[in-house]
Write a protein that binds this ligand. Structure first.
Ligand code: SAM
Length: 263
């Protein structure tokens, strides 16, 4: 086994504390998100000071030209309570004025999907569909989607390379991938400030409000263990993506990774 914190360990996939293999990691992640689903949105907005909303909208605007195509097929993987899918559904309306394409959101935590469907309201089932599915084994034929986007979900996969290969499989050749994830800020001052907030304040507030301490100590642990943006970019290139790029937002707290499925 690779030592925790090594590049090889970071590149393998998430391992919540106490788990040592993919199956256990995946089970624990699913149970954890199912438990915190009732307070997930509240805590997300509170702990990020609503920056999470801004980040998803920014991603959605960036890819609105694809979503607005009348024939576009769009997938939000690890959709949680559906906020990215909803931002994508609304982006063409706000930026291009045209009707959005049909969209599918998938997640393996059932209580998250219940909330996603509630929030989608009348859009659910018509424009937007939500399905229970593991991101490592998506229930779609190859080359189905023109855009696959995921926000704050990829980090939780138990096998990053397998996840990227599965994303590549369901994307049409030339289709776009967008991964929005947390990162550790680079500048020393901001990094200290961020670490204090992320490792002390956030787990304490999260534990009190959600009643599930482990989920909110897992968050900073999983970010610390996640590959650096350049490591993830290399992995994307090795798993079938071209035009791979990444950009840091909000002083490096989050990174948008993008690429296109190689033909
Ligand atoms: C931090 S939440 C992000 C939710 C949403 N994308 C957002 O922007 O708020 C991570 C989500 O990924 C889901 N997830 C993690 N691993 C998964 C997997 N292997 N398959 C499907 N969903 C997964 C969890 O159930 C959870 O809902």
């Amino acid at each position: 086994m690779s030592p925790p914190g090594s590049s090889r360990a970071r590149l393998s996939g998430t391992r919540p504390s106490g788990t040592h293999d993919e199956a256990a990691a995946s089970r624990q992640v699913r149970e954890m998100f199912s438990r915190i689903a009732p307070r997930y949105d509240l805590l997300n907005h509170l702990l990020s000071l609503r920056f999470d909303v801004v980040w998803r909208k920014r991603l959605a605007r960036r890819f609105a030209h694809i979503v607005a195509r009348p024939d576009a097929r769009v997938l939000d993987v690890c959709c949680g309570t559906g906020d990215l899918a909803l931002a994508l559904a609304n982006a063409p309306i706000t930026s291009a004025g045209s009707a959005p394409a049909s969209l599918v959101g998938t997640d393996f935590a059932h209580p998250m999907l219940v909330r996603a469907r509630e929030k989608a309201g009348e859009k659910a089932g018509r424009l937007l569909d939500f399905l229970e599915a593991d991101a490592l084994s998506l229930p779609f034929p190859g080359a189905t989607f023109d855009l696959l986007a995921t926000a704050f979900g990829f980090r939780n996969l138990a096998n990053y390379a397998a996840g990227l290969r599965e994303f590549r499989r369901v994307l049409a050749p030339g289709g776009s991938l967008a991964i929005l994830e947390f990162a550790e800020p680079r500048g020393a001052f901001f990094r200290h400030l961020f670490n204090f907030y992320f490792k002390r304040v956030l787990p304490a507030v999260g534990a009190v409000v959600s009643g599930h301490a482990q989920a909110y100590s897992y968050l900073p642990e999983s970010v610390a263990r996640f590959p650096d943006p350049s490591e993830l970019a290399e992995l994307m290139k090795r798993t079938g993506f071209c035009e791979v790029a990444f950009e840091s937002w909000s002083a490096g707290i989050v990174t948008l990774h993008s690429g296109r499925a190689r033909s």
